[in-house]
Design a protein around this ligand. Structure first.
Ligand code: OVM
Length: 408
C-alpha cells in the first residue's frame, strides 16, 4: 500500500478516521487484505477521501447496516453512482436497486422459484451434468486450467438452460456480468475498457427477457407465469428475468473458482471432503466466506445515521466491505484459514437481510453437484502454476487456476 490511514479532526467529517487509498485501484484489487485490515483498524466507520464516501469494514457494523434497510437504502443504487443525482446506466434492478414496498413482489416471486424445494427437480440433472463434465475433463488429462474447464464451464452449461434462454449468444453472459459488476465502482480504466461493448451486451440480455424467447418450464417462463397470476405486473417480468441473467452467472463462476482454489490450497480439507462428501455445501459456504466473490456493495444513508460516535450524513454513500467482514478477526478465528470444521453460516458473502442473495440455493446446488462429482473421481488436487487474478471493481475473480489432479 502506498496510502496509510490518517485520522482527521479538521476535515469535512470531524471525529471520523480518513483513508486516502483507492479500493478500486489495481493494487487493492490484486490483494485487498492489507487495505481491509487498515480500514478495520481505523474504526467502525471510515471516510474514503478519494471518492468522498464512507466505508464499513468490520463484521458487526456491516452486518447491522445490512439489516437496517430503512437507514441504509438500496434504491439510490448499490454502486458509487447515486441514482438520485446521476442517471443509471441501465434501468434499475427491481430487486438489487430497490427497497420495500416496490422490492417486495419481485422478491417474493423469485424467492419462491429459487427456494430449495423448487430446485429439487434440477438436482439429478445437475449431478449428471457435473459427472459428465468431470469425466470428459479427466479423459483429456490431469492438468488443466480450472477457470475455463470447471468454474466457467459448469454454470454456463446448466444455468442458462434452467432459465430457458436459447443457445445463441450465450457467450455474452459473462462479458455482460463483467461490465455490470465493474459499473458498480467508479468510472475507472476497468469500466472504460468495457464501455464500448456495454450497449450491445445490454441489448442482447434485454432481448432474452422477452416471453417469446423463454423456454417452457424454465425460470424465465415461470416469472412470466407469475405475471399472468398478477403476482408482479407484465412490465416487471422482463426486469426480473434480467436479474437472473445479471446476478446468476459470474457470481457462481467466481464462487466455484474460489472453492476450487481453496481445496487446492488446503489439501487436508480436500481429504476431509472426500471422506465426508456431505460437507460439500459447508465447503462452498466456507469458500464464499474465505474469498467473497462479491467483495463490496454500497448503500445510501436515508437520514443522518449514527454509527458508534460517528454520523453518516443523509444522502451519502457507504461502501460495505463484505469481504473484510468475512475475515474480521473480531468475528472469526484464524479468518484466513479455509476450514471445514468451522460454521461459516454467519458470513455476509451473500449479503444479509432483505436483499440477501435470492439465488444462493441455486449457487449451492451448482457447487454441491460439481464438488461431489470431483470428490468421487479425484484423490488429490494441487496448484500446478501461477494463480492469476482477474480484476473487477466488485468481484474477486480468478483469470487462471492451473490445477494438477490425481484421479482416484
Ligand atoms: C440484478 C443484480 C445484478 C447484479 C448483482 C445482483 C448480486 C443483482 O440485476 O438484480 O445481486
Amino acid at each position: 500500500m502506498t496510502s496509510t490511514p490518517t485520522t482527521s479532526t479538521t476535515g469535512p467529517h470531524p471525529a471520523l478516521p480518513v483513508h486516502h487509498g483507492d479500493p478500486f485501484g489495481h493494487e487493492v484489487l490484486e490483494d485487498p487484505a492489507a487495505f481491509h485490515e487498515e480500514l478495520r483498524e481505523a474504526g467502525p466507520v471510515v471516510h474514503l477521501s478519494r471518492y468522498d464516501v464512507f466505508a464499513m469494514a468490520r463484521y458487526a457494523e456491516v452486518h447491522a447496516a445490512l439489516r437496517d434497510w430503512q437507514s441504509f437504502e438500496s434504491g439510490a443504487g448499490v454502486g458509487l453512482s447515486n441514482f438520485r443525482s446521476e442517471p443509471p446506466w441501465r434501468p434499475p434492478s427491481l430487486l438489487l436497486e430497490s427497497d420495500p414496498p416496490r422490492h417486495d413482489a419481485p422478491r417474493r416471486v423469485l424467492s419462491g422459484l429459487l427456494a430449495p424445494r423448487a430446485l429439487r427437480r434440477l438436482r439429478e440433472r445437475w449431478r449428471a451434468a457435473a459427472a459428465d463434465l468431470v469425466d470428459d475433463l479427466l479423459a483429456r488429462g490431469t492438468e488443466f486450467d480450472a477457470v475455463p474447464a470447471l468454474a466457467e464451464a459448469f454454470p454456463l452449461h446448466v444455468f442458462p438452460d434452467a432459465v430457458g434462454i436459447p443457445d445463441e449468444g450465450r457467450e455474452n453472459l459473462l462479458p455482460y456480468g463483467e461490465f455490470l459488476f465493474n459499473a458498480f465502482g467508479p468510472h475507472n480504466d476497468l469500466v472504460e475498457a468495457g464501455a464500448a461493448r456495454a450497449g450491445d451486451l445490454a441489448a442482447w440480455v434485454n432481448a432474452q427477457c422477452r416471453r417469446e424467447v423463454l423456454a417452457d418450464g424454465g425460470f424465465g417462463a415461470q416469472i412470466w407465469a407469475a405475471a399472468d397470476r398478477g403476482e408482479i405486473t407484465p412490465d416487471q417480468a422482463p426486469l426480473v428475468v434480467r436479474s437472473l441473467l445479471s446476478a446468476g452467472v459470474d457470481t457462481t463462476v467466481h464462487g466455484l473458482g474460489a472453492v476450487l482454489h481453496a481445496v487446492a490450497t488446503f489439501p487436508e480439507q480436500w481429504r476431509r471432503l472426500r471422506e465426508q462428501p456431505h460437507l460439500a455445501r459447508v465447503a462452498f459456504d466456507e469458500a464464499v466466506r474465505w474469498a467473497s466473490p462479491v467483495q463490496t456493495f454500497f448503500r445510501t444513508a436515508t437520514t443522518d445515521v449514527r454509527v458508534g460516535d460517528a454520523v453518516v450524513p443523509a444522502g451519502n454513500k457507504i461502501l460495505m466491505f463484505l469481504a473484510s467482514a468475512n475475515r474480521d478477526p473480531r468475528r472469526w478465528d484464524d479468518p484466513a484459514a479455509f476450514d471445514l470444521s468451522r460454521d461459516p453460516s454467519g458470513h455476509v458473502g451473500f449479503g444479509f437481510g432483505i436483499h440477501q442473495c435470492v439465488g444462493q440455493h441455486v449457487a449451492r446446488l451448482e457447487a454441491e453437484s460439481l464438488l461431489t462429482a470431483l470428490a468421487e473421481r479425484v484423490e488429490s488436487i494441487e496448484v500446478a502454476g501461477p494463480v492469476v487474478r482477474h480484476h473487477n471493481n466488485t468481484m474477486r475473480a480468478l483469470g487462471s487456476l492451473p490445477l494438477r489432479v490425481r484421479p482416484a
